[in-house]
Every structure is written in structure tokens, then in C-alpha cells.
Design a protein around this ligand. Structure first.
Ligand code: PMP
Length: 973
């Protein structure tokens, strides 16, 4: 290390370039035929993008006055060294001048400046992204590691230097400038962090691996580009002007420092960067121990330097932005215990978080414990979201009213369940301690001998040592503590004031009562299972966790039955429009039109339970509910549709409708709409273009004929065509005529009145009526598949076909009928039903059984009592209008369509070509799930986000969905 390390004034010495100077300099000094120039960001250097007439791009870098040729030459050599490495990201290279050097001397505004011309590295600044995916942060870490490795065999005498930003002297830099920070709280936070340097970094500094490092991987020096799927990736690293020979971990610490800016949970971001580094270039224990304090001190150096520059010179916009983003993080970090941060980073890198934990656990396993509640018995109570405690219609009995109970360690508490969010807004639902419910005033005993370390109105922390001298702590909350400082096992600790919360800790840090599920693994290494302090063995749960469920599914469930999501939640409960998973994270369900009146609606559940207790049998026996439900359903259908068949699924309903049409017309051919889905049996797969033309399909059977999908977004007639319905119908009628002429007259025409799986396609006005007329004229039956959209979903009418002013010959229905219970139906006319009755019997074991009918009755009750069809109209129109407005702000949104509570958002990578944004649709729905909203892609190209929530969806629910989609489209995925 050589010489002093001068503090640099910010704007002093910057070259004053005039328009055209950069172009001229590139031509004169570097012989590059530049024609255009554009000023770029630069802290002290003037950086200008110049482009040649043959579209080559360079950055002309004019150094501040006073920069030495030696230091610029060093940078050139460093870049040249990196250019010789195969790095998965770009770095600039210097171009020679006409005289064969790499640095050209020139003068601006009467002052000498040195200029270089560097190759252009494509990308935008990491700082310009509104959100950084965890995977991107890992890439930033990996980039720091690759640079460290690439520079490890670079040796250069000019690297033996120091300057203001040298990490080894960061405390000095801070002290030189901290006086310019006005705010006392901020200065306090900075002092605390600088103190960490002396305590945690200085003792280790000399033993850490060294090398030449770039030393400035801040978010203005890391470039990113977007992959075709819209995800951002590191594409380049620029500006090695702070490079020097120092500890290699400085490279990582600086990248970590800036990655923590603008993050609601900076430490979580740090974990990703460090993990990314460690994956490429493993970190030593000592390096892992210094990363956090180094990164925090770096931010202090940044904020204090800019405070000084502002005071002395008036900061530029860059400096102001730096301070705006840096101070809040500094204040946040100052509250973190560095040993906890170290443990977090170690855990992120797959190391044991706290080395002593296993020794404490081993000691506890054989220790004599004085139970906290003395001899009083205490039993386990399950307060997790999956507990049957929450199943009944009534409030559960008060906890502890019939003897002391405890809720387990490392379990979610349903009482803390809340909407899922990412990072800092992920709700804390997991208890890393036991909750003990006993009468207030109960005497609580010390489990082991110990010294009271802290005591407050809510309880105390007791310090203990294992037999071999490892310190650990018990933290008991909900206690009026005794005044004694030193306690023997069994001594009175205090008296219970409320529910107790008990933790055993391996670090002297407060672990919150509840932690986030995503961090529980880490906290388990800090807060050990305290159940034995109650004198009982830990409760052994038999419930499978999500990874186990997925593993068993993988083994036992055929792969063609895929689950939603790459990292699906393990759902344990549903109510209204909300799911709750095993960890108490809740998801607003915007896709389940099956749970029509809301998940687990109490009226529907009660009806099913009641009937299951009384009678369940098949419909060859006679009972009331089948008759009354058939009567009630028929009353909802227009004449002459008043005869019903009950079945169990929509597929069966369509299968039966198909059989009926073929039997009664004595024809085989069926007309459908392209991209439609009508079910999963062999027969109906054969009338589902979505399947026979989709992956694994073998094309249309000879008897199936598809009309072009009347899709005004992708089809021949667009939204701008007021007569689109007529035109699509005319095309379909022409097909009918051709088929009839070819001796392929229809047995039936199957259509949904709003296409579901095909992508929420709203049929244009006039279409269905005209096609029905042509099909009927050709002797075919018209089948309306209302499996998706029936039962009031579209708001305007109870059935979708009513919106089109038609009455079909056969109506099939399913999904919403039983709110998730399998009941479906076919409705037709007496005439068709009788014609179908050719002697062959129809029997369906489960269809229309008393339980199914009781449930279906209850669904109609709720639809009426809660006026849900009207709700679908009111909330649906608001929802679709708000979704539509997203189109104005987000290029990716190609089309929005829908009616009532049934909507689709079609995503395209280009509005001009309508190229489906399939991958984006999956990634967006995955992130929306992590933000607590369930939607998923469907349609021919899986690029349409589907929205068909339970019918009691509120305006707030609709807003939450739209706001979340808006956020993901804005921030990225
Ligand atoms: N018809 C339509 C329009 C559907 O969307 C579906 C299911 N997605 C079916 C029929 C088949 O219903 P199920 O899955 O109950 O057999």
C-alpha cells in the first residue's frame, strides 16, 4: 500500500465537453469514424457514447483533470487481462490511439485531460431495474466471484496503491466525512457500524486471501440485459478505476453493499449475492464473517462521502440518489446483530449457521431439566393451519381452560396466517419457540441453572452454559419475572401473565416470536427446540410438508397430471376466495370457478355433512333430493329444456350429450370451435381441438370439423369490425354448407357461450345465433357447453347462451354445480330425451346421489341468498375495466377480454406480431403466487392469464389482483 488516500471532490476537475467534442476526439485521436454522440452517466469521468457510421459503438472516457496516465494505463492493462479470460459477461477493452498508445492527451476548457476509447458493453444499469430477482442477485455474486478469479493471476505494480474507496481504510474515509451528516440518528447508526469494523474485520484482515480486485461492483457498474423470456441477467461489468490490490472478499462486500439498496429486506438480498459468490468461488469462514460488516461500512463510506461532497460542492443528482437510497439501509443494518448476519450468510451458503448449536443440542438431549410448569401436566395443542381445531362451525374453546397446553416449535400458527408477500412483507407465521397456555399467575420455574441477562415487563433472558462451557440462552416471554439474578434449576423464574413464549437460543440475539417460513431453516439453527423445557417430548407431526408431498406425487402420480407452479404451495385450507397453505401463507384465489360460492362455504358444507349422516345411495333408488333438485334446476332453464340427466363431471356430460346427438340424429359428424376443450374421455377428447391439436395430439378425427375460433384478437375479424360476429358466422356457415355437400351433415354443434380453456374468448354478438340456425337447418343439434360459464358467472344471465339470445337443444353443465363436489348434468328437451331412450339403459353409480343433490341445492341457496350473480356483474365489470387499463401501461398486455367474473389477459412479446409470451405468462403467474395471488396461463399458446374467481369476489379482491399483476408487469419476474 502506498501513500495517503486523498478524499476527492466530486465535480472538481470534470472535463467540460462541448457538443461534437467526443465525435471529433474519437476521429482525431483514435481514428474511429464516429458520427453521433450521447452523454452517459459518470461520477468524475465524462463518458460519451459515440457511434460510427457503420454502427460500431464505443465509450469515449475523458478522465477528470489530474488523473494520471499511470493509473489509466493500469486500468487498460487490467481490462486487457480480463479480455483474455472467458468470462460469461462483457468487459470493455481500450482501443489504441493513432500513435499506438491507449491514452490520448487533449484539452477542454483550458485544462489538460486524458481520454480513452473503450468498446461498448451492451446492457442497462443494474440500478435502473425496479426489482432484482433472487436469481439475478446470485448472478451478481457469481460475477464478483468470476472477476476475483479472473484477476487472481493478474499482477501489476500499479495495483499497490490506496485511495478514498479502499475497503481496508473505509473507517478512516467515514471519519473524514461523517461530520457532514447532520442527522444525529444517522450518525449514531454510522458510528455503530464503523465500530463493527474494529471488532469483526480488523482482527481478521491480515489473514484474508488477497489479490487485485475491481473494487467497485456497485449497481452503476454492473450491466444487465433481458433474456427473451423477460428475465434480467448480468451482461457486463464496467469501470475498474478503483481497482487495487487488497483482500479479495472486498469485491464481494462491495457488490453486497449496493445490492442491499432499495430492498425491503437488505439482508435477504445480501444472502443471495453471497450465495452466488460462494457457488463459484467458495468463501472461507473468516471471509464469511467479514462480508456483512465490510458491506455495511462501505455504505457508510458512500453516504458520508456524498454528504461531504454535497456540503462542499453541492451534490449532483447521482449523489442525491445515492444518499436517498443509502441512509435508510444504513439505519436498517445498524439494528442487525453482526453475528446474526454472519449466521444468515453462512446458512445461505449451506454452512452450519451457528457452530455451537450442535453442542448445545447434544447437551440438552441428556440434560436434567426442571420443567417450567413444575409438576403440572401440559399437553400438546395443534394451532397450525391444518389443525382440526378450525374445522367446526363454532369458535374453539379457550386455550388452557382445561389444563395447561402448549403449541409446538417450528410450526405455523393459523392465528398469524396472512396474505403471502415477498421479502419483508412475507408474513411471519412460524413459531421458533413453544407457546404455553396456562392460567395467569402460574408459577414458572427455571429449567436450568442460569444468570438473568435481561429482564423487562414481558419476561426475561436467562444465560446458561453447557457442561463443556458453551453459552446458550432461554428467553421466556409472557412472564412477570422474579427479581433474583442467579437461579438454580427449579427456582422460581416468575409468574405467567399471559400465554408464555419460550425459546432456547444459541446466539445472544432476540429471535422474534414468529419468523417467516422462508427463513425458518436458518432460525432453526439459532433457536433450538425448547419442548423439553416443559418436561415433555416434542410432538411428532405426521403431516407431510410440501417437499414430501411433491416427492410422493412425483413417484405415485402419472406425469401427465401436472401441478400448477414450479414451487407450489401445500394447501391445507380454503375459505371464501382465500387459500391457506401449511405455513399459514394465504393466497387470493382468482382461478377456481369450481368453488363457485366460495371455498368450503359453511352452508354447503353443512348440507353435505347432514346428508352424509342420513342417507347416500344411487339414483335407482328413490329419494326426494334428486326430484326437488331436478325441478329447481329445470326452472332455471328456458323451455323446452326441462329433462335432466345427472352425471359426475363435465366430461361425462359432454360425452353423454355427444352420444345423445349421435343416437338421435343417426349421424356421426360433429362441428366444434377451434381451440375448444370439452373434456377428457376418448369421445370428447375427439371433439376438443385444444387436445387433439395440442401437444401429444394426433389431429382431428375424421368426424370432427372445427370452425375458425371467433377470436377478435387473433382471428380474421377484429374488435374494430362492428360486424365481426356476422363475418365469423358467415365463414362458419360456408363450412357447414361445404360439409353438408360433402355428405358430412352434423349430428351436433358443440360450443361454449364464452370459450374457457381456449383463452376466455368472448364470442362476438350475433355469432352463435347465426351458426345455430345453420346447424339446425342442416339437421344438427346445438349443444351449449356451460361447464365453465354457467350458474350466473357472466353476471348478466344465469346461462351464457342467454347472452346470445339462443336456446340450445342440449345444455351441459358441471364445475360450479356442487362447489367442488362432483355433480354435473345434461339438460335437454323431452323430445330428444325420448328419442335417446332406445332401450339401452343409462346408469351412473354416483351421479345425482342424495349427498350430491343436497350439496347442489345448497349452492343454489347461496347463489340466491347472497345475490352472487349480481355480484359477478358488479365486481366483474370493475375487474375487467381495471384489467383493460393495464393495456395502456404494459406493452406485454396484448388483449384483455371477459365478462362478469370471467376474464383473460393475453400476453404477447410484440403487439405487432402477437408473438405469444408463453414463458412470461408462466413466470408472471409464479411471481403472482409468491405475492399471494393465484392465476395461471391457458389458451392455445398458454399465454393468457385466466381469471375466474369464486363468485363472492369483492371489489377489494379484484383490486388486489389487478394491483399485483400491475406490480409484476412493472417490476419484472
Ligand atoms: N367443458 C368445458 C368447457 C371445460 O372447461 C371442462 C373442464 N375444464 C370440461 C368440459 C370437462 O369437465 P370435467 O373436467 O369436469 O370433466
Amino acid at each position: 500500500m502506498s501513500g495517503a488516500a486523498p478524499y476527492e471532490r466530486s465535480t472538481q476537475g470534470s472535463a467540460q465537453l462541448a457538443a461534437g467534442d467526443a465525435v471529433r476526439l474519437a476521429r482525431d485521436a483514435f481514428a474511429q469514424m464516429a458520427v453521433t454522440e450521447e452523454v452517459l452517466h459518470g461520477e468524475a469521468d465524462r463518458n460519451v457514447l459515440v457511434e460510427t457510421d457503420d454502427a460500431r459503438r464505443y465509450v469515449l472516457k475523458v478522465a477528470r483533470a489530474g488523473a494520471s496516465r499511470a493509473e489509466l494505463d493500469f486500468e487498460v492493462r487490467l481490462l486487457e487481462h480480463l479480455a483474455g479470460k472467458e468470462l460469461p459477461f462483457g468487459v470493455p477493452r481500450a482501443l489504441p490511439t493513432v500513435t499506438g498508445e491507449y491514452v490520448a492527451a487533449t484539452s477542454f476548457g483550458g485544462r489538460e485531460h486524458l481520454a480513452r476509447l473503450l468498446t461498448w458493453v451492451p446492457g442497462t444499469l443494474l440500478s435502473s431495474l425496479p426489482w432484482h430477482r433472487p436469481e439475478l442477485l446470485r448472478e451478481v455474486g457469481a460475477t464478483a466471484a468470476r472477476l476475483t478469479e479472473a484477476l487472481s493471476d493478474f499482477d501489476d505494480p500499479a495495483a499497490a496503491r490506496t485511495h478514498h474507496w479502499d475497503m481496508r481504510r473505509a473507517p478512516e474515509a467515514v471519519r473524514e466525512c461523517v461530520g457532514f451528516v447532520d442527522d444525529a440518528a444517522r450518525r449514531g447508526a454510522i458510528d455503530r457500524i464503523v465500530g463493527w469494523f474494529d471488532e469483526y474485520v480488523t482482527p481478521k484482515l491480515d489473514g484474508l486471501p488477497t489479490g487485485i480486485v475491481h473494487q467497485d461492483l456497485n449497481d452503476f457498474n454492473v450491466l444487465v440485459t433481458h433474456a427473451p423470456d423477460g428475465t434480467a441477467h448480468v451482461s457486463g461489468v464496467i469501470d475498474p478505476s478503483d481497482a487495487l490490490h487488497t483482500v479479495q472478499v472486498a469485491e464481494l462486500a462491495i457488490a453486497v453493499a449496493y445490492a442491499m439498496l432499495r430492498k425491503p429486506d437488505p439482508l435477504a438480498a445480501a444472502c443471495e449475492v453471497v450465495r452466488g459468490f460462494d457457488d463459484v468461488r467458495p468463501l472461507s469462514d473468516d471471509e464469511l464473517a467479514v462480508v456483512f460488516p465490510l458491506a455495511a461500512v462501505r455504505l457508510c463510506a458512500n453516504a458520508t462521502t456524498w454528504s461531504r461532497r454535497q456540503a462542499e460542492d453541492g451534490a449532483n443528482e447521482y449523489g442525491r440518489a445515492r444518499m436517498r437510497h443509502t441512509f435508510p439501509v444504513i439505519e436498517h443494518l445498524a439494528l442487525i446483530e453482526p453475528r446474526v448476519a454472519e449466521a444468515r450468510l453462512r446458512h445461505a451458503c449451506g454452512r452450519v449457521a451457528v457452530g455451537a448449536a450442535s453442542r448445545v443440542a447434544a447437551w440438552l438431549a441428556t440434560a436434567n431439566t426442571a420443567p417450567l410448569l413444575g409438576d403440572a401436566p401440559v399437553s400438546y395443542v395443534d394451532l397450525s393451519p391444518a389443525s382440526e381445531r378450525w374445522d367446526g362451525p363454532d369458535e374453539p374453546a379457550a386455550l388452557g381452560s382445561a389444563g395447561a397446553v402448549y403449541a409446538g416449535y417450528d410450526e405455523a400458527r393459523f392465528g398469524d396466517a396472512a396474505p403471502r408477500g415477498e421479502g419483508a412483507v412475507e408474513p411471519a407465521t412460524i413459531s421458533l419457540g413453544v407457546d404455553v397456555f396456562c392460567p395467569a399467575g402460574t408459577t414458572i420455574h427455571a429449567p436450568f441453572a442460569g444468570m438473568v441477562e435481561t429482564r423487562d415487563g414481558d419476561g426475561l433472558v436467562l444465560r446458561h452454559a453447557t457442561g463443556d462451557g458453551v453459552t446458550f440462552w432461554t428467553h421466556v416471554r409472557g412472564l412477570a419475572p422474579s427479581a433474583v439474578a442467579a437461579l438454580a434449576a427449579g427456582d422460581t423464574l416468575g409468574t405467567a401473565t399471559a400465554a408464555l413464549h419460550v425459546q432456547v437460543l444459541c446466539l445472544p440475539t432476540a429471535v422474534p416470536r414468529r419468523v417467516r417460513a422462508s427463513e425458518r431453516e436458518f432460525w432453526r439453527g439459532v433457536a433450538l427446540d425448547p419442548t423439553q423445557l416443559l418436561g415433555v417430548a416434542p410432538h411428532a407431526s405426521t403431516a407431510l410438508r410440501v417437499d414430501d408431498v411433491l416427492r410422493v406425487r412425483e413417484q405415485r402420480i402419472a406425469r401427465s397430471q401436472r401441478s400448477y407452479y414450479q414451487r407450489p404451495p401445500n394447501l391445507v385450507r380454503g375459505r371464501g376466495a382465500w387459500f391457506t397453505d401449511e405455513d399459514g401463507l394465504q393466497y387470493l384465489d382468482a382461478v377456481n370457478n369450481v368453488t363457485h360460492v366460495g371455498h368450503c362455504h359453511p352452508h354447503v358444507v353443512a348440507a353435505g355433512v347432514r346428508q352424509m349422516r342420513r342417507l347416500n345411495t344411487n339414483s335407482r333408488f328413490v329419494y326426494e333430493a334428486l326430484a326437488t333438485y331436478a325441478d329447481r334446476l329445470a326452472a332455471r332453464l328456458p323451455d323446452p329444456l326441462n329433462v335432466l340427466f345427472f352425471v359426475c363431471t363435465g366430461s361425462e356430460a359432454n360425452d353423454l350429450a355427444l352420444r345423445m346427438a349421435r343416437t338421435t340424429t343417426q349421424r356421426e359428424d360433429v362441428y366444434v370451435l377451434d381451440a375448444a376443450y370439452h373434456g377428457n374421455t376418448i369421445a370428447v377428447t375427439g371433439i376438443s381441438p385444444n387436445r387433439y391439436d395440442g401437444p401429444g395430439g394426433t389431429g382431428a378425427p375424421a368426424t370432427t370439423h372445427a370452425f375458425a375460433q371467433p377470436d377478435r384478437y387473433r382471428g380474421a375479424y377484429g374488435y374494430d369490425d362492428a360486424r365481426a360476429g356476422e363475418h365469423y358466422a358467415a365463414d362458419a356457415v360456408a363450412v357447414v354448407d361445404r360439409l353438408v355437400a360433402a355428405n358430412r351433415p352434423p349430428a351436433a354443434f358443440f360450443a361454449e357461450s364464452l370459450m374457457g380453456t381456449a383463452g376466455q374468448v368472448v364470442l362476438p354478438d350475433g355469432y352463435l345465433a347465426a351458426v345455430f340456425a345453420a346447424v339446425r337447418a342442416a339437421g344438427g343439434l346445438c349443444v351449449s357447453d356451460e361447464v365453465q360459464v354457467g350458474f350466473g358467472r357472466l353476471g348478466t344471465n344465469f346461462w351464457g347462451f342467454e347472452d346470445h339470445g339462443v336456446v340450445p337443444d342440449i345444455v351441459t353443465m358441471g364445475k360450479p354445480m356442487g362447489n367442488g363436489h362432483p355433480i354435473a348434468a345434461v339438460a335437454t328437451t323431452r323430445e330428444i330425451a325420448d328419442a335417446f331412450d332406445n332401450g339401452m339403459r343409462y346408469f351412473n353409480t354416483f351421479a345425482g346421489n342424495p349427498v350430491s343433490c343436497a350439496i347442489a341445492h345448497a349452492v343454489l341457496d347461496v347463489l340466491d341468498d347472497e345475490d352472487l350473480q349480481h355480484n359477478a356483474e358488479v365486481v366483474g365489470s370493475h375487474f375487467v375495466a381495471r384489467l383493460t387499463a393495464l393495456q395502456d401501461r404494459h406493452e406485454l398486455v396484448g388483449d384483455v377480454r371477459g365478462k362478469g367474473l370471467y376474464a383473460g389477459v393475453e400476453l404477447v412479446t410484440s403487439r405487432a406480431t402477437k408473438e405469444p409470451a408463453t414463458r412470461q405468462a408462466y413466470l408472471i403467474s409464479e411471481r403472482m403466487m409468491r405475492l399471494g395471488v393465484i392465476t395461471y396461463p391457458n389458451a392455445r399458446f398458454d399465454n393468457v392469464l385466466k381469471f375466474k374467481p369464486p363468485m363472492m369476489f369483492t371489489l377489494d379482491d379484484a383490486d388486489r389482483v389487478v394491483d399485483t399483476l400491475d406490480r409484476v408487469l412493472t417490476e419484472g419476474w
